[in-house]
Design a binder for this molecule. Structure first.
Ligand code: IPM
Ligand code: MG
Length: 354
């Protein structure tokens, strides 16, 4: 029986992960594969209970698990700690690096039910169906960083090896090949040497994928094009920080960041988490949207356990609940039926059979 390690983390993480577990348990019930859930500490919760954001025990459990379901980390309580000890760097970035989860898949698909929830005009967002592939263990977030004196200054180094670029771009070509055959590599090659290197390598790789059309776009232009005409994109592949920024932006193309799941893969194992953060401002009130985490559970079934049918059951159940007019507050408009976090989880479970 596959082992899933659940790491709820902080803030709304502790509210949204139980809903995803509930849905996963319901969808595999009576199927040939059942899932075994174990729990661990990460982030601020781990700092408080075990003294550091990624306890050795958690890392060992993650290494042993078949897949990991994570909530979110961070909060004002831990913001004053030294950077390396904070939930973000010392917990989340550390587990990504330790497990070698270099490929972060963030799909954005506009649900017909949510076209009006986006802050963008319906005709702009109605057909959006794209995937951002974000490099997750290199680049600016993992390069050497530090401070200097005289004059006081700070630096973060952006460095990519050829191998790091190849493996993520290769996945981009493969994904685009299975979708609409369009891969857009996003960089800042008019300024950055690392981007020129990225562009050289990806252009050379394109020869091996004659069925995929490779284009290149500067990251500033990509931000504008994503808002201007998002349906021009199929698969976007990009550096760690560019991907971090562009995926928050792109989440609004799917109605709300509360809808955007993610999968972080290393070729054999996956960590699944919503693309959003721990939202301390709304934590503990049963109002957070659990759908991004529930949809991350669907990605787990798809990518870690080859359970495509069950993954689609979850995705259809989410659509069905939205079609019935149910919304969490982040998505609600006047007249919608507003549900809390737990109630939304229950609604998805009920819709599974539909
Ligand atoms: C994300 C988050 C994280 C990141 C933070 C919490 C460190 O923003 O997953 O996008 O920057 O990767
Ligand atoms: Mg982010």
């Amino acid at each position: 029986m596959p082992d899933v390690l659940v790491l709820p983390g902080d803030g709304i993480g502790t509210e949204i992960t139980p809903e995803a577990v509930k849905v996963l348990q319901a969808v595999v019930k009576g199927r040939s594969t059942s899932l075994n859930f174990n729990y661990g500490l990460i982030g601020g919760a781990a700092i408080d209970e075990a003294g550091k954001a990624l306890p050795d025990e958690t890392l060992a459990a993650a290494q042993a698990a078949d897949a990991i379901l994570m909530g979110s980390v961070g909060g004002p309580k831990w913001d004053t700690l030294p950077a390396g000890e904070r939930p973000e760097l010392g917990g989340l970035l550390k587990i990504r690096k330790a497990l070698g989860l270099y490929a972060n898949i963030r799909p954005v698909k506009m649900s017909p039910m949510l076209v009006d929830a986006s802050t963008l005009r319906p005709e702009v967002v109605k057909d959006v169906d794209l995937v951002v592939l974000r490099e997750l263990t290199g680049g600016l977030y993992f390069g050497e960083k530090g401070r200097k004196t005289d004059p006081a200054s700070a630096y973060d180094i952006l460095i990519y090896s050829e191998e790091e670029i190849r493996r993520i771009v290769e996945l981009g070509f493969q994904m685009a090949g299975k979708r609409r055959g369009k891969l857009c590599s996003v960089d800042k090659a008019n300024v950055l040497e690392s981007s020129r290197f990225w562009r050289e390598i990806s252009s050379e790789m394109a020869k091996d994928y004659p069925d995929v059309e490779l284009t290149h776009m500067y990251v500033d232009n990509a931000a504008m094009q994503l808002i201007r005409q998002p349906n021009q994109f199929d698969v976007i592949v990009t550096e760690n920080m560019f991907g971090d920024i562009l995926t928050d932006l792109a989440s609004m193309l799917g109605g709300s960041i509360g809808m955007m799941p993610s999968a972080s893969l290393n070729g054999t194992k996956g960590l699944y988490e919503p693309s959003h953060g721990s939202a301390p401002d709304i934590a503990g009130q049963n109002i957070a949207n659990p759908l991004a985490t529930i949809l991350s559970g669907a990605l787990m079934l798809r990518y870690s356990f080859d359970m495509e049918e069950e993954a689609q059951m979850i995705e259809r159940a989410v659509e069905a609940v939205l079609a019935d007019g149910y919304r969490t507050p982040d998505l609600a408009k006047p007249g919608d039926k507003v549900l809390g976090t737990r109630e939304m989880g229950n609604a998805v479970v009920e819709a599974l059979g539909s």
